[in-house]
Ligand binder design. Sequence first.
Ligand code: SF4
Ligand code: SF4
Length: 319
Amino acid sequence: MHATLPLMRQYGFPALRRKRLEILQLNLGYKCNQSCLHCHVNAGPGRTEMMSRDTIGDALAFLGVSGVRTLDLTGGAPELHPHFRELVVRARELGVRVIDRCNLTILEEPGQEDLAQFLAGQGVEITASLPCYTEELVDRQRGKGVYGKSIRALKRLNALGYGAPDGVLPLNLVYNPQGPSLPPGQAELEADYKRILGERHGIVFTRLLTIANMPIQRFGSTLVSKGQFDEYMALLHRSHRPENLDAVMCRATLSVDWEGTLYDCDFNQMLGLPLRVDGRKRQLSELIGRDLSGNPIAVRDHCYGCTAGQGSSCAGALA
Ligand code: SF4
Ligand code: SF4
């Protein structure tokens, strides 16, 4: 795979500093029931990296004193972590909103038969990738049969109240473009998704989140191989909107890898570009009770992926 971090200093990105922390995002490990071609962490059934129980304890201690109100769980398939349910229950006891970045097919895995009921019972918000509403494109990007399983999972979640208009159990879907282009308008695409999934399958969901492809990891490497990297970077750079700088997710999110190391965002985690406090990279355990407001953010040219056009974050468009 081509390393893309060395290519991220061509344009220069405006300096950013942290604001008050709102979201703690934990990558629980790389084990996954799927092995998607585009997976940015190369997750799969054979991966064994898992966040330790001690680090999970650090995360709960951090939540307990920081005033952070949202815990965002990702992986791999975060639900495969042996302490996933315990973490969810304890975070909810602290009154923290929990988001599960769920691949949907996990609901059909052996041993996960009661997962949907558990998530609903705990009031966990679900954010799930569905890169298109057609079977062909979903199966091409995420593996054969994934579309059918995803549709069955969405119907099960709907039956439990997920995605209903009352908003009690939010169910968000995530779209990202197939290639080196910016996502279309989020509101318009959401209307298309709602109409087509509703007409074809009777499925309802809360919001569609459109996310730009970052020129890093496997996607960035593929662009380099195809000779499209410079062109895509130029597109991101010329589409930059300064008004998006205030809302980029790193300003209010802290990202933690499975080993407990801190990053300003998930993308920097994938690039191996850690958050530094007083010039040193840090572990979550070191910063319990410490306010990170004003700390400089590690920015590079990939950051234009967050500020191009309507803007992009783990919570969709910024505009
Ligand atoms: S479901 Fe997500 S974490 Fe799992 S292999 Fe696919 S992209 Fe990676
Ligand atoms: S890539 Fe990360 S650090 Fe850069 S602007 Fe986006 S969220 Fe912030």
